[in-house]
Design a protein around this ligand. Structure first.
Ligand code: NAD
Ligand code: WQD
Length: 362
């Protein structure tokens, strides 16, 4: 029996593909829209390989409102959207800011407009811990709770905080207008999910992160060092006020993150809370050197690194307080950073070319 049908934008991407899998495994139908800018259709094969079901796929751009209208018209059973499609490279966002605002903010507006025309009224949005900026500027805000004032320090982060505002304003206006017209208004709901540092891969070793081009996140880079594609890792600064001088992040396994989307979607559909933000993190912070040690341990040898200057824009500590999601969404992480390292290594060593190689035999 099907629970419902969900449109997933960016569903062939890293987190989107794992969330599509989690939904299919929990009896949702999944329709994906993605322009394949940073992903590959092979992700669909891998989803099917793992769960025996294949999402419906449309290659289209989320800024194309007409294309979204056509998809909703073709699938009148869609009642919810999980919105991942975005550009996400922090450094690049300050080089081509208009492109980031056009795709991320413009794409979200096109999506909300199209949803409204087709009475699709639940939206789960990929926000980011980056909206908090440097939470250490406040006292007692580490681990970071949702009520910590936001203050993104880069263009990418500003697109995320703007979209949070756009969704909030739109959902609240829809609820007010419908209520005034004496129509059911509670069905308009939004979840703003602020992820900390997603990482890891499927334990089967057949599905993982496969960014086009050079990765810039710590764990994928360590993967490149382990396979010999990169000589060594650069550690960005050892002069932070942490236990070993390197910066602290909350690394969350992508399987836990995907399950968080399922729980948030279920919560919106059942509780109809309006718009709410939730942190999706483990509550456990790890330093860069601790990550290098954990990954080296699963690889079975010390991975080379050199210490360089701090990366501009980096902050000391981004660790989540996940208490609200624990309580309201009944969600908490079940996998550790060490599990993520082991799963990432299995993925990287089985698929050195990512999805650009033949899929494994069934
Ligand atoms: P990803 O790049 O793997 O996935 C994004 C997907 O969106 C890709 O498949 C890409 O092809 C697609 N896309 C991009 N522009 C599009 C467009 N105009 N139309 C249609 N599809 C488009 O990234 P991810 O790591 O899976 O991130 C998913 C979401 O989560 C993003 O919104 C990202 O900002 C957010 N997020 C990611 C992280 C992280 O560290 N990975 C952390 C916090 C938030
Ligand atoms: C993690 C730690 C680096 C690379 C970014 C985005 C954030 C979110 C997640 C989307 C930091 C250190 C890294 C390297 C290093 N994405 N590092 N050498 O910066 O915490 O978060 O991805 O929303 O918005 O900003 O993640 O993986 O780049 O870095 O020492 O070569 O590893 O300084 O302390 P970050 P990251």
């Amino acid at each position: 029996m099907t629970v419902g049908t969900v449109l997933i934008t960016g569903g062939t991407g890293y987190i989107g593909s794992f969330t599509s899998l989690a939904l299919l495994e929990n009896d949702y139908n999944v329709v994906i829209v993605d322009n394949l800018y940073n992903s590959s259709k092979v992700a669909l094969d891998r989803i099917e390989l793992i769960c025996g079901k294949r999402p419906v796929f449309y290659e289209a751009d989320v800024t194309d409102e007409k294309a979204l209208d056509d998809i909703f018209a073709e699938h009148p059973d869609i009642d919810s959207v999980i919105h991942f499609a975005a550009l996400k490279a922090v450094g690049e966002s300050s080089v081509i800011p208009l492109e980031y605002y056009r795709v991320n903010v413009g794409g979200s507006i096109a999506l909300l407009r199209s949803m409204s025309k087709h009475d699709v009224t639940n939206i789960v949005f990929s926000s980011s811990a980056t909206v908090y900026g440097d939470a250490t500027r406040f006292e007692n805000m580490i681990p970071i709770p949702e009520h910590c004032p936001i203050g993104p320090t880069n263009t990418y982060g500003r697109t995320k905080s703007m979209i949070e505002q756009v969704i909030t304003d739109h959902v609240e206006a829809q609820r007010r207008n419908l209520k005034k017209a004496d129509k059911p208004y509670e069905q308009w709901n939004g979840a703003l999910l602020r992820y900390f540092n997603p990482c890891g891969a499927h334990p089967s070793g057949v599905m993982g992160e496969d960014p086009q081009g050079v990765p810039y996140n710590l764990l994928p880079l360590l993967g490149k060092v382990a396979t010999g594609d990169m000589e060594k890792l650069k550690v960005f600064g050892t002069d932070y006020a942490s236990r070993d001088g390197t910066a602290i992040r909350d690394y969350i396994h992508v399987l836990d993150l995907a399950r968080g989307h399922l729980m948030a979607l279920n919560y919106l559909r059942e509780q109809k809370p309006g718009v709410k933000a939730w942190n999706l993190g483990s509550g456990r912070g790890s330093t860069v050197l601790e990550i290098i040690k954990a990954f080296s341990s699963v690889v079975g040898r010390d991975l080379p690194y050199e210490v360089v200057d701090r990366r501009p824009g980096d902050v000391l500590d981004l660790t989540a307080n996940p208490a609200l999601a624990n309580k309201e969404l009944q969600w908490k992480t079940e996998l550790s950073m060490e599990d993520a390292c082991a799963d990432l290594w299995r993925w990287v060593s089985n698929n050195p070319q990512g999805y650009r190689q033949a899929p494994p035999a069934k």
